[in-house]
Structures are given as structure tokens and as C-alpha cells.
Design a protein around this ligand. Structure first.
Ligand SMILES: [Zn+2]
Length: 226
């Protein structure tokens, strides 16, 4: 196993509550809800459309009172609780295994969107010529700076070594409405995998090793490359 250099410490965490952030002491529920980039809604709708068709997609969005986003995708950041509700609604409609496939597809689409629209081409060119372990550190620094746009009130940390990166999300907005026997944050896994395969190493593999939906204190994603 590669040496993993600790970048941030992960603090303790109480039982998961959607929108309450990673700390049991937080008062986030009483404050304005944290917001998340609209990709978590838009790319999920796209992935659902392709996988199950527009009728089932609309039914899923209706079941969590997000119908409006089917006709008018959000143009700005959304309430993180809407993302939680949508993830739970997809599980409810499609079942756990199928929902994981669709969520991963949505994550891949988000990674693709970020590469095309959010990460400057010049920066991508620089990262791609770096040794993978260094490219991983540079990419993770960028992900860390932008973590607030995808974890909402949650808390993101990351470490990186020679052929392994470990990413952690406390207070994960994807699975806080879910209880599962397998990890369920495939949307994040798909996004991270696409970015790492494009910028760090083409055979990068992402696995969510522990998930708050399974009772873990944080969702932990391990990314390995040769
Ligand atoms: Zn998870």
C-alpha cells in the first residue's frame, strides 16, 4: 500500500441528519440550508432519462416534490436537502442495485461537465503531464477548494500517496436519507473516477469503502491507480 500523507484531520461525527452537517453540535438545521451545485440534480435527471425514460424520471421527481426541475433544470445552486430527497426517491423507485448504476452514471456525467466547463484546459494539460502521485495532489487541492459546492454542510477531507488517494465526506448529503447494506454514494464515486481517469491515471479505480448509509462515521472513497 502506498504512503498516504495526511492533509486534513477528520473530526468525530454523530448520527447522520440531513442538512445538519458533520457535527452533532451544529445548529445548521436552524440556519439557512446549505446549497449544492445543480449538477447533482441535472445530471441525475439526464442519467434517469437515458436509463428508465422520461415517464419514470418524472414520477421519481414528482415523488420527492421536485417536479419543477424536470421542465426547468436548476440554473443555480440548490438546497442540499433536495439532493438528499432525490437520491432517496431514486432508491425507492428503482431499488438499491439499479439506483446505484444510475447514480454512478450521473456522477460520470458530472465529471465530464466539470472537465468541459469548470477546469481550465490549460490546467488540465499541466496536471496530465505530472507524475500520477503529484497530479493526484494537485487535483485533490482543487477538489478541496471547491468541496463546499458538492458536500453542502458536510465536511470534505483528502489524503494522497504514491498510488492511492483517500477522500472522506462527513455529513454526506447523498445518503443522509438512506439506510443501506452496501455503500450508496455512487454519484460521488463516478465523479471522482472520471476526474482521476482523465487527469491522474487512466486506470484509476474508485471504491467507496465505508458509507454513512451503512452506519459509518463518514463516506470514505479510495482511489487506486498503478
Ligand atoms: Zn456514502
Amino acid at each position: 500500500m502506498a504512503n498516504a500523507t495526511s492533509v486534513d484531520l477528520v473530526s468525530g461525527c454523530g448520527p447522520q441528519t440531513c442538512g445538519a452537517g458533520p457535527s452533532p453540535m451544529t445548529s445548521a438545521r436552524d440556519a439557512a440550508p446549505a446549497r449544492i451545485g445543480p449538477n447533482a440534480i441535472i445530471r441525475m435527471a439526464e442519467a434517469l432519462d437515458e436509463d428508465v425514460g422520461p415517464e419514470v424520471t418524472r414520477r421519481i421527481f414528482h415523488s420527492c416534490a421536485l417536479d419543477g426541475y424536470v421542465d426547468a433544470p436548476p440554473a443555480e445552486m440548490v438546497d442540499e436537502r433536495e439532493v438528499s430527497k432525490l437520491q432517496a426517491a431514486v432508491v425507492s423507485e428503482l431499488g438499491m442495485a439499479h439506483s446505484r448504476t444510475v447514480s454512478r452514471s450521473a456522477g460520470l456525467r458530472t465529471g465530464d461537465y466539470l472537465l468541459k466547463n469548470r477546469i481550465p484546459r490549460a490546467a488540465q494539460s499541466v496536471i496530465r503531464v505530472l507524475p500520477a502521485s503529484l497530479a493526484s495532489r494537485v487535483l485533490l487541492a482543487a477538489i478541496r477548494r471547491n468541496a463546499w459546492t458538492f458536500v453542502g454542510s458536510g465536511h470534505f477531507t483528502a489524503t494522497s500517496g504514491l498510488a492511492l488517494a483517500r477522500l472522506s465526506v462527513e455529513g454526506c448529503p447523498l445518503c443522509c436519507d438512506l439506510t443501506a447494506t452496501t455503500p450508496r454514494c455512487d454519484y460521488f464515486a463516478g465523479t471522482f473516477e472520471h476526474l482521476f481517469r482523465s487527469l491522474v491515471h487512466p486506470v484509476s479505480e474508485v471504491e467507496e469503502n465505508s458509507c454513512m448509509a451503512n452506519g459509518a462515521l463518514a463516506c470514505i472513497f479510495e482511489i487506486r491507480w498503478r
